[in-house]
Design a protein around this ligand. Structure first.
Ligand code: PLP
Length: 356
């Protein structure tokens, strides 16, 4: 079967098999990684290897820290104003959908936030262009979401601003190449393109580590994590280990460049199937169509129900769209093989022949 869940997402089969094989006895130690002290030499090697491989995959420059935190991307919505507004100013926020709005809400709650532009006017079907950004001058950062997982809207450019850029890459990290040096902070919940839930990756430029508000709890403080190798307390050790296996797997696939080519092919096949059908539709402007999350709707509720039941029976799992959008959503993260998309497209064509 193929699992199109938006998160937690499917993991590469090879990674699950390796984890299974190492589950009871990791490297001949007679223990599972799950049972090891996070201070043990063996676990520290696992943790350091994961970080080194992520740095290599994303070509993270040396003046950035890579943090393995908990609390998901949602917690980072709060960490952003806490860690960046200690010297005053406000957060600039771009609104392209539900996740950017949640970040903005936390920005307002924990500091001052200004919305620079919104896709609301076009029903969240296209991202505002660079020229539409009305930036507040006393801002400490601009926050945006690279890929709106629910709406299926992806940014087609990296905003150019004077302030540090803070980007939520939860559903797009490692799916395509990015130039990390353009960003002040990148964060991403792991449970889509990286590993199981329980880890959020934060990549932060070191000169931004001295701006936290005084009341920031240590567990939300990027500097505290950077200074302690992300082991301020017991980290999510097993999730960290599994993330490391996914990084190794991705390197074996040829790295981000190679997987991006496959991802582009997968997305193109599915969007073409939608556009060529007259039965399925996706409302997002061509330039902003997501590489990883493809929502599509059918004519009515009866068809939706039939599609879901029959696709599930055919081994194409978790295609139900988010309740705010309706219809279907296929998430095509790195671990979704091209064959899964081929099978989905064939199913869609067959379904259309029978119901169209
Ligand atoms: N940001 C984006 C773009 C997401 O897709 C999600 C989850 O789906 C989140 C944030 C929230 O992530 P978490 O559940 O890790 O808090």
């Amino acid at each position: 079967h193929f699992n199109f869940c938006s998160g937690p997402a499917t993991l590469p089969t090879a990674v699950l098999e390796r984890a299974r094989d190492e589950m009871l006895d990791f490297e001949g130690r007679g223990l599972s990684v799950m049972e090891m002290s996070h201070r043990s030499e063996a676990f520290i090697a696992v943790a350091e290897r994961a970080e080194a491989n992520l740095r290599e995959l994303m070509q993270v420059p040396d003046n950035y820290s890579v943090l393995f935190m908990q609390g998901g991307a949602t917690q980072q919505f709060g960490c952003v104003p806490l860690n960046l507004l200690g010297k005053g100013g406000r957060g600039n926020y771009l609104d392209t959908g539900i996740w950017s709005q949640k970040a903005l809400k936390e920005g307002r709650h924990l500091g001052e936030a200004h919305m620079v532009a919104s896709s609301e006017g076009n029903g969240y079907t296209a991202a505002p262009g660079q020229e539409a950004l009305s930036l507040s001058e006393d801002a400490a950062y601009l926050h945006y979401c690279d890929n709106e997982t629910i709406g299926g809207l992806q940014m087609d450019y990296v905003p150019q601003v004077e302030t540090p850029l803070v980007c939520d890459m939860s559903s797009s990290i490692l799916s395509r190449t990015v130039d990390v040096s353009k960003f002040g902070v990148i964060y991403a919940g792991a449970q889509k393109n990286i590993g199981p839930a329980g880890i959020v990756i934060v990549i932060v430029r070191n000169d931004l580590l001295d701006q936290a508000r005084r009341e920031t709890p240590s567990m939300l403080n990027w500097k505290a994590f950077a200074d302690n190798g992300s082991m301020l307390n017991t980290p999510a050790t097993y999730a960290w280990y599994l993330s490391g296996l996914v990084f190794e797997w991705l390197k074996e696939q040829g790295g981000v460049d190679a997987i991006e080519k496959i991802n582009r092919r997968k997305a193109q096949k599915l969007y073409e199937a939608i556009d060529n059908s007259g039965f399925y539709s996706n409302p997002i402007a061509a330039a902003n169509r997501s590489l990883t999350n493809v929502p599509f709707v059918l004519g009515d509720e009866t068809l939706n129900k039939a599609f879901l039941a029959e696709s599930e029976a055919a081994g194409l799992l978790t295609l139900k769209g988010h309740r705010s959008v309706g219809g279907m959503r296929a998430s095509l993260y790195n671990a979704m093989p091209e064959e899964g998309v081929d099978r989905l497209v064939a199913f869609m064509q067959d379904f259309e022949r029978r119901y169209g």
